[in-house]
Write a protein that binds this ligand. Structure first.
Ligand code: BG6
Length: 503
């Protein structure tokens, strides 16, 4: 018999404020790190721009995080640079048109993030910015009009820049309270409009990124960088756990999840050393954050991880209790690819989405070097569900690819359809094996600015946006072939995909 998705399974798509909204300086919004980050490409990093203490403009490679600017320098928007996130795809003014298209595809859920700097421009303002609150209220009301459930990320890589400048970002404990106040404000404001919330997008990237540094820059991360990363994470864990408790107190119906950058790691060979290295990779990259947020405590291996880099984690009295009481209701994750872990020399290396490793000869790779591995998604789902036994959501999954617009304006993206078909089939297999998966939101349901490279031509959407890497174009929206295919998937609750695969 053909496998099935549960009757109430939620289907939809996902975007993030900084990659979609634009309007970076409108209606009282403050700056965030992406506003001082230039465009890049698969070969060229994005840069963080600044004015140094002598008034001279400069830039430093951002490599997945805002770059470390020289002492005395100030983050700055420079006239000589192009910043793709300033305009992004102008969701700020076009959300009604976009949500209508999502409704036409049959979405029951739409993941988006709130920009902290639209609500509290400096991150710690006494009162929230009314225009920011009003904007998201209209967006959520628009979703409700079509019976679309908003799934809201409270933080998607966009700490207000002012907090970075004045407090040095998340290594400073003060950010916990600022974040919690921001979360509490939006929990109260949108009660009745939003039910599903995520605390921190891809929280584990902070540590995964350090681990891959030597692969991209040839330089190992220092113990100080590990110290800062683990401290930064501890503060985010405490902020997340406090937020979960406050959210439940404000509305017991709130369902609050974590969000992990999900990568399936395989041992590169059957050398026992590779098997162990792979286990340690899962502990550091995937379980470290998941265990704290879903089990409410640091894993037994955490002490080993800290010791490896001489980390002395600073905790306050009561922190462990806060973590214990602030467990998430669901585990959500992004899944794009798998990676190989080996202790042996490798000639062919690949990197993508905060992870680098040996190329897997059994897989194919995208133009940006990301592995196509739907079996890895089934593996991840089964492994993670067995570990936590709470509902799961796949909240990002997609293929970043070049699209060609034909003369008649159509876009034939069968490669994207193939990618999603295979991953949907993998989800059905995992569900059939007992996994409680409740939702699927594809990444960049509409083309948006790439987080990693700042490009527009790395497109994930089922809806094409007419804009190039330099910001030229009409910004008009056009459904691609995948739009009509996904509409059929949703209309049949996934059955057409499963029947196609059975043939
Ligand atoms: C995830 C992020 O890392 O991957 C998204 O949560 C991001 O913000 C997505 O856009 C795809 O990465 P990229 O670099 O191709 O945009």
């Amino acid at each position: 018999m053909t496998k099935q998705f549960p009757k109430n399974f939620m289907w939809g798509g996902a975007i993030a404020a900084n990659q979609a909204e634009g309007a970076y300086n409108l209606d009282g919004r403050g700056l965030t790190a992406t506003d001082v980050t230039t465009g890049g490409s698969v070969k060229m990093p994005r840069y963080t721009t600044y004015i140094d203490k002598d008034g001279k403009p400069g830039k430093v490679a951002s490599m997945g995080h805002n770059g470390v600017i020289p002492e005395g320098a100030k983050y700055a928007v420079l006239d000589t640079e192009y910043y793709p996130n300033h305009q992004a795809v102008d969701f700020y003014h076009r959300y009604k048109e976009d949500i209508k298209l999502f409704a036409e595809m049959g979405y029951s859920i739409f993941r988006l993030s709130i920009s902290w700097a639209r609500i509290f421009p400096n991150g710690d303002d006494i009162r929230p910015n009314q225009a920011g609150l009003d904007f998201y209220r209209s967006v959520f009301e628009e979703c409700r009009k079509y019976n679309i459930e908003p799934l809201v990320s409270i933080w998607h890589f966009d700490t207000p820049l002012s907090l970075e400048e004045r407090f040095g970002g998340w290594t400073n404990r003060k950010l916990v309270d600022f974040y919690v106040k921001y979360a509490e404000t939006i929990f109260r404001e949108y009660k009745g409009l939003v039910k599903y919330w995520l605390t921190f997008n891809e929280i584990n990237n902070t540590i995964m990124f350090l681990d891959m540094m030597s692969d991209i820059s040839g330089k190992e991360a220092t113990d100080k960088e590990y110290q800062d990363a683990y401290q930064h994470l501890h503060h985010q864990f405490v902020a997340s756990a406090k937020t979960v408790q406050i959210g439940h107190a404000i509305d017991p119906n709130y369902v609050i999840g974590n969000m992990i950058c999900g990568i399936t790691f395989y041992p590169g060979t059957c050398d026992p050393k590779d098997i162990l290295a792979n286990q340690h990779k899962w502990e550091q990259g995937i379980y470290y954050c998941g265990d704290v947020q879903a089990k409410g405590k640091y894993g037994t291996y955490a002490k080993r991880l800290w010791k490896e880099h001489n980390v002395e984690l600073v905790m306050e009295d009561g922190d462990l209790e806060i973590l214990e009481k602030g467990k998430v209701d669901m585990y959500t994750f992004s899944y794009y690819m798998s990676n190989n872990v080996t202790t042996h020399e490798v000639e062919d290396k690949v990197s993508g989405n905060f992870s680098a490793g040996a190329k897997n000869p059994y897989l194919t790779y995208s133009d940006w070097g990301w592995a196509h591995d739907p079996v890895g998604l089934q593996y991840y789902l089964e492994k993670i569900y067995d570990r936590y036994e709470i509902p799961l959501m796949v909240v990002e999954n997609g293929l970043g690819a070049f699209d060609t617009v034909e003369e008649d304006g159509s876009i034939h993206d069968d490669y994207r359809i193939d990618y999603h078909r295979a991953h949907i089939k993998a989800m059905a297999d995992a569900i059939d094996n007992g996994v409680n998966l409740i939702a699927y939101t594809t990444w960049g349901c509409i083309d948006i600015v790439s987080a990693g490279t700042g490009e527009m031509r790395k497109r994930y959407g089922f809806i094409y946006v007419d804009m190039d890497d330099a910001g030229n174009g009409t910004l008009n929206r056009t459904p691609k072939d995948s739009f009509y295919w996904y509409k059929e998937v949703l209309a049949t609750n996934g059955l057409n995909v499963l029947e196609e695969s059975d043939r």
